[in-house]
Design a protein around this ligand. Structure first.
Ligand code: LLP
Length: 445
């Protein structure tokens, strides 16, 4: 198993993260528990900041908050000089509650509601990334009503789809996101925006997630810079911002080979520079929106092992006290993870097991056929690299409570998210008067 960030084995043979023994963390906070390695989290933010913002004049890094967001995470991102990509009123509200600088917030989404747009406009978010003609109309009406001129980007579907090792040039007409480039819709949107009560500052694209192939970004730059040149040609408008979205891949399991962030920055920035010269354009500000690569490797999930079922000659199932409710990625995307028995971290991983959750569903699997130390009930099992899209996609299926999260650093652990309680589960339940037990008993009587 790959060790991420500050993970190490201590003198007791236990796995330690941020100087905290995971066995002690389990005792203090219970399991399942999301553990965030603050040093690793900040290191990746800095790597992005230094590679883009420090090194180049006109660049900005936005953290894609859909990967993992709490108010404390907002504060860390602010301290590290990043902006924030939000996609809903809820994410925006979280940023507002953390007093995140609104001018650094970019509001995405393919179906923002009038209320969400109102919340964004009333709080003067930096940019609204307009996805479609309906939204353009809606924004125009709201902007007139609220007497403001929102600064916007247009989300473009550039006809490139990249996943992991490959990218394909598709017509990409079949996407729910953005204005299609290939059929002229994108240019139509630019012209429409010029007529509206908005200020068109830039264009945006997002070509996929968990991407290892840097060339797919180079290709995206080429397509988008050509579009920026076409915009100037057709409308005279100078596009000032090019947002290339997120998608930078991370290591989950054997075979994953993430590229280097600085290399990514150099490649993209130099390509933009080259294309700006080629088309005789002013170099636009370049933005990237990493989510997974910041939150993912910094987070792990700690579980307690319960039942173990061995089917001789077939498979050994090791069940933990969480599952698809705290990490739906294996069930949803067949995502692969590694695992370690945290209280036996110093021992050899000689067993091949499948890790399952506690939900009433056969598909509730966390890992198939992974190497693990010999597990026994009561052991602690840790899955690394679960920091992105684990908690944010968590559910209460089977009325399981969502785990809490701690931030660990230098031997200290602080809660940034309380574990849910049973009371939390029924907090929003409402009992109609006629169904109340006392009333019912009375009517029966
Ligand atoms: N910007 C935009 C416009 C996006 O749509 C996304 C992700 C990002 C940035 C951040 O991408 P990242 O750097 O995290 O790859 N739930 C899926 C991932 C969905 C990503 C959707 N958009 C998963 O668990 O793999």
């Amino acid at each position: 198993m790959k060790f991420h960030g500050t993970m190490r084995i201590n003198e007791k043979g236990h796995l330690e993260i941020g100087g905290c023994d995971t066995v002690d963390l389990a005792k203090e906070f219970g399991t399942p528990l999301y553990i965030y390695d603050e040093k690793k989290l900040r290191e990746t933010c800095r790597e992005y900041y230094n590679s883009f913002v420090e090194k180049y004049e006109n660049a900005m890094v936005l953290y894609a908050s859909k990967a993992f967001l709490t108010t404390a995470v907002c504060r860390i991102m602010e301290e590290e000089g990043l902006g924030l990509d939000v996609v809903s009123g809820g994410e925006l509200y979280t940023a507002l509650q953390a007093d995140f600088p609104m001018e650094r917030v970019y509001f995405h989404g393919n179906n923002k509601t009038p209320d969400e747009l109102r919340l964004a406009l009333n709080n003067e978010v930096g940019r609204i990334v307009v996805d479609n003609f309906y939204e353009l109309e809606l924004l125009d009406a709201l902007a007139r009503e609220l007497h403001c001129v929102p600064e916007i980007l247009l989300r473009i579907t550039p006809g490139i789809e990249a996943h992991t090792h490959e990218y394909i040039k598709t017509g990409q007409i079949d996407s729910k996101f953005g204005f299609t480039l290939s059929n002229g819709q994108a240019m139509e949107a630019v012209k429409a925006a010029q007529e509206k009560h908005v200020s068109l500052r830039g264009v945006h694209c997002h070509i996929g997630s968990q991407i290892f192939e840097l060339n797919s970004y180079v290709h995206a730059v080429d397509v988008m810079m050509k579009f920026i040149a076409d915009i100037r040609e057709e409308t005279g408008l100078a596009i000032e911002e090019l947002n290339l979205g997120g998608g930078f891949g991370i290591y989950y399991s054997e075979g994953d080979e993430p590229a280097n962030i600085e290399e990514f920055a150099d490649l993209v920035m130099q390509r933009v520079h080259l294309k700006a010269e080629e088309y005789n354009l002013l170099q636009p500000m370049v933005l990237v929106e990493p989510g997974r690569s910041i939150a993912g490797p910094a987070g792990s999930t700690l579980y307690t092992v319960g039942s173990i079922k061995e089917i001789p000659g077939v498979r050994k199932y090791v069940a933990v006290d969480g599952g698809m409710t705290d990490n739906i990625r294996p069930a949803l995307y067949q995502a692969k993870y590694e695992a370690i028995i945290a209280n036996k971290a110093g021992l050899e991983a000689n067993d091949i097991v499948s890790i399952t959750g506690k939900c009433c569903e056969s598909g509730d699997m966390l890992a198939w056929d992974v190497k693990l130390q010999e597990a026994e009930p009561g052991d602690l099992l840790l899955m690394p690299a679960t920091g992105a899209y684990g908690y944010t996609m968590a559910s209460n299926y089977n009325r399981l409570t969502k785990p809490g999260a701690v931030l660990v650093q230098d031997g200290k652990a602080e809660l940034i998210l309380k574990p849910e309680t049973y009371e939390d589960l029924i907090r929003n339940d409402v009992m109609p008067e006629r169904l109340r037990k006392s009333v019912r008993l009375k009517s029966i009587g």
